[in-house]
Design a protein around this ligand. Structure first.
Ligand SMILES: *Cc1c(COP(=O)(O)O)cnc(C)c1O
Length: 422
């Protein structure tokens, strides 16, 4: 089935009432038929609902549908994108081990990896997403994950997915990508061999800025890569916390199984069923919206590129952009999503434009149907040093736009009048 059809139907079997819309199962827990049923569920002899921290029928539809869009085997939803990213790393690495991460990444991901994981004894080593030799040089026998964003936020680079996958596979390391900005509509990294994709569902998935959530999807066949892999002993040895379960021997997707039974159980960043329901609504129109977001962003990028006050425009849909070839290779019909950035001469000029726009809202979010403007240096990336700012491609005069679903003419007019005030 094509992705437009999956977005509307995958993962849902109508209940006894023939309910067209996926119901919201707003319940904390589920009754067992009898003691044996309860015991079977806990022992994984039967699969079913126990408690909403572990699973929920509405969330289950969200997970199955998202996995279908990504072409993955199984998915696990979390209460935020940051939780999904943390669970991906926590599922792979332990204290004393390391992960190798592209330095062009979301601000929260940079602080989580460089600072929070460090306190847990997991070292993050960074590489420039365009420099495969640097990536190679950071790998050693303690490396447990290679992480990158397919379309980076906010620097708007496009990763060479095939090259990174090849290096990860050469070393038997699990590759993890954040596919939030591209969405599975424009890019399906798991079908190119990436092992795990993570998303903030708070962005294009909800699509209207309605809820915070995250999801992690595993590639078909990842269990075979984990099996007997010396880097991932914890997937191959009995888990004492789950009466000696060996995750790669259950016959279920091992990565997601461990994330559910161990991480969701113990850390508990489970999504609310209502939010899962909102994400399901968002997914129905995701294929249509991603086309319009991409068209609007391309029109705005072309306008900005011609503007004398603009030093530089970063949008991979522009033929002049260094990422253009990658975008043509990896994204459906070369569509490059709704995110673009442009550089003005200074921090002050950027602030002036941000304060002068009328349709664009000054908000730290992306992927809303309403257009958004952000100045990363004064907001999302404020905690980073000047050095870190430059390393992750966010100079202080940089403005990021998330183009929504308005008329592109109106968006261009709005930017035109704001730039006149600089
Ligand atoms: C927003 C975002 C996140 C974090 O997601 P939350 O849902 O806000 O926790 C992670 N990665 C990218 C690329 C994002 O844009």
């Amino acid at each position: 089935m094509d992705i437009e059809t999956l977005a509307l139907h995958a993962g849902y079997e109508k209940d006894a009432h023939g309910t067209m819309a996926v119901p919201i199962y707003q319940s904390t827990a589920y009754e067992f038929r009898d003691a044996e049923h309860a015991a079977n569920l806990f022992a994984l002899k039967e699969l079913g609902n126990i408690y909403t921290r572990l699973n929920n029928p509405t969330t289950d539809v969200f997970e199955k549908r998202f996995a279908a869009l990504e072409g993955g085997e199984a998915a696990i939803a979390t209460s935020s994108g940051m939780a999904a990213i943390f669970y991906a790393f926590a599922n792979l690495a332990a204290a004393g081990e390391n992960i190798v991460c592209a330095s062009q990444a979301y601000g929260g991901t940079l602080t989580q990896t460089a600072h929070t994981l460090k306190r847990f004894g997991i070292e993050a080593r960074f590489f420039n997403v365009h420099d495969m030799e640097e990536l190679r040089s950071k790998i050693d026998d303690k490396t447990r994950a290679i992480f990158f964003e397919t379309l980076t936020n906010p620097s708007i680079d496009v990763a060479d997915i095939d090259a990174i996958v090849a290096i990860a596979n050469e070393h038997g390391i699990v590759s993890v990508t954040d596919n939030t900005v591209a969405t599975p509509i424009l890019c399906q990294p798991l079908l190119r061999g990436v092992d795990v994709s993570v998303h903030s569902a708070s962005k294009y998935t909800t699509g209207q800025g309605l809820a915070i959530g995250g999801i992690m999807v595993e590639r078909k066949g990842l269990t075979d890569k984990l099996k007997s892999n010396p880097r991932y002993a914890h997937f191959n040895e009995p888990d004492e916390s789950y009466h000696g379960l060996v995750y790669t021997e259950v016959g279920l997707p091992a990565f997601t199984l461990r994330a559910r039974l161990s991480l969701l159980r113990d850390l508990g960043a489970a999504p609310s069923p209502f939010n899962s329901w909102l994400f399901i609504q968002g997914m129905e129109t995701l294929p249509l919206r991603m086309q319009k977001h991409s068209q609007n962003a391309l029109a705005v990028a072309k306008f900005l590129e011609e503007h004398p006050k603009v030093k530089k425009v970063n949008y991979p849909g522009l033929p002049s952009n260094p990422n253009y070839k990658m975008a043509q290779k990896y994204f459906k019909d070369g569509m490059a999503s709704g995110l673009l950035s442009f550089e003005l001469g200074s921090f002050e000029e950027a602030k002036k434009v941000v304060d002068s726009v009328e349709i664009f809202s000054l908000v730290v979010n992306i992927g809303d149907s309403k257009s958004i403007i952000t100045h990363p240096a004064s907001t999302t990336h404020q905690q980073l040093s000047e050095e870190e700012l430059v390393a992750c491609g966010v100079p202080s005069g940089l403005i990021r736009l998330s183009c929504g679903l308005e008329s592109s003419n109106d968006l261009i007019e709005d930017l035109k009048q704001a730039l006149e005030r600089v």
